[in-house]
Write a protein that binds this ligand. Structure first.
Ligand code: AVI
Length: 314
C-alpha cells in the first residue's frame, strides 16, 4: 500500500470506529486515536508531570536493574520496542546492552516515531535502526531480515494496562508467537491509593484534560466533526470492580454534534469513555502472563510499590 492509500485507510477506520463508539450506550472512543502528533506531544508532557508517577518510577527501576539484562541477552539481538514513544527508556536499555544488533521501534504514530528514531541515530551512529509504522494491536509483521535474529521485546510505560485483561492476554499470546524471542521486558502499573491514581490522570495544570480533549479536536479536523471543546469536561474515575482508571469526556449540556455525517446526541452529564488504564497486583500480572504462555522470570518493583517491571521468558 502506498502512503496516500495507507493514510486514507487509516482515516476511514478512524471515522468508522468513532461513529460506532459514539452510537453505542455508554458512548466510548478508542484510546489508540489519542496519538496524532499533538496527542503524542501532550503525552510527552504528561510523562513529565509531578502527579504522573509512572514514567519517573519506571525509569528509575530500569536504570537500577537494566545492567542485569546483559547477563543473558544474546550478542547481536534486536531490541523490539512496542509503541516507541519518547526514547529516554530505550536509551537505558541501549546503554546497558551495547552488543545489541538492531533497534526496531514499532509505533502507530509514524511522524513521532521517525523523529525519535532520528534523535537516537544521532546518539548511536553504529546502531541499525528499523522503524516500523504499525498498529501492534493488530498483526505484528517484522521485516524479513529481522525474523531470524534473537529478540528482546520491550513494552514500557504500562501501555499493556490500556487493554482489557482479555485483550492483554491475547496481545501477550501473539507476542509469545514471534520467532526467536529471548525475553520480554515490560512495565506494569500497580494498584494503589485511589487519590494518587485520580491525580495522576487529572493533573492540576490540565495537561491530561487537553490530551483527552485532543481526541475531539482530531475528530473536528480529520472527520469534519463539530465538537465544541468547551462543552465537554475531562474526568478521571477509579473503577474498583475493574481495577482501572477511566478517562471520560462529560457533556456539560444537552447537545447534538455531527461526526462524519452522523448526528450524535448527548444528554447533559453523559460521557464518552475514552480510555481505561488497568492497574494490577504483581501476582495478578504474573498469572496473566503465564496464561499467555510466558514464564515470569523476575519482577522489579520500586521501594514505594508504585510500579513494576517484569522480565518474561518464553
Ligand atoms: C500510554 N498509557 C500507558 C497512559 C496511561 O497511563 O494509561 C496513557 C495516559 N492517559 C492519561 N495519562 C496517561
Amino acid at each position: 500500500m502506498n502512503e496516500l492509500a495507507a493514510e486514507t485507510a487509516r482515516s476511514s477506520e478512524f471515522a468508522r470506529l468513532a461513529v460506532e463508539g459514539l452510537s453505542t450506550s455508554p458512548k466510548r472512543a478508542e484510546a489508540k486515536f489519542f496519538y496524532d502528533e499533538e496527542g503524542s506531544r501532550l503525552f510527552d508532557r504528561i510523562c513529565e508531570l509531578e502527579e504522573y508517577y509512572p514514567t519517573r518510577t519506571e525509569t528509575a527501576i530500569l536504570r537500577a536493574r537494566a545492567p542485569e539484562l546483559a547477563e543473558w541477552v544474546p550478542e547481536g539481538a534486536a531490541l523490539v520496542e512496542l509503541g516507541s514513544g519518547s526514547s529516554t527508556k530505550t536509551r537505558i536499555l541501549l546503554d546497558a546492552l551495547p552488543g545489541l544488533g538492531a533497534y526496531v521501534p514499532l509505533d502507530i504514530s509514524a511522524e513521532h516515531m521517525q523523529a525519535s528514531a532520528r534523535a537516537l541515530a544521532a546518539h548511536y551512529p553504529a546502531l541499525d535502526i528499523h522503524p516500523v509504522a504499525a498498529d501492534f494491536t493488530r498483526a505484528i509483521e517484522l521485516p524479513g531480515d529481522l525474523r531470524a535474529m534473537p529478540k528482546l521485546l520491550f513494552f514500557p510505560g504500562s501501555t499493556i494496562g490500556n487493554f482489557t485483561p482479555p485483550e492483554a492476554v491475547e496481545l501477550l499470546r501473539r507476542l509469545r508467537g514471534i520467532d526467536n524471542v529471548a525475553g520480554f521486558v515490560l512495565g506494569v502499573d500497580l494498584r494503589k491509593d485511589e487519590d494518587v491514581l485520580v491525580r495522576a490522570y487529572d493533573d492540576a495544570e490540565g495537561v491530561t484534560a487537553a490530551f483527552n480533549k485532543n481526541l475531539l479536536r482530531r475528530m473536528n479536523t480529520e472527520l469534519g466533526a463539530d465538537f465544541d471543546l468547551d462543552r465537554f469536561g475531562h474526568e478521571a474515575r477509579w473503577n474498583e470492580a475493574c481495577s482501572r482508571i477511566e478517562m471520560h469526556l462529560v457533556s456539560t449540556c444537552d447537545q447534538s454534534v455531527r461526526v462524519a455525517g452522523h448526528r450524535i446526541d448527548f444528554a447533559r452529564g453523559e460521557s464518552i469513555h475514552t480510555e481505561s488504564s488497568h492497574k494490577y497486583s504483581v501476582d495478578g500480572f504474573r498469572e496473566m502472563a503465564a496464561t499467555a504462555g510466558w514464564s515470569a522470570d523476575e519482577t522489579w518493583v520500586d521501594d514505594r510499590g508504585l510500579f513494576s517491571v517484569h522480565v518474561l521468558r518464553p
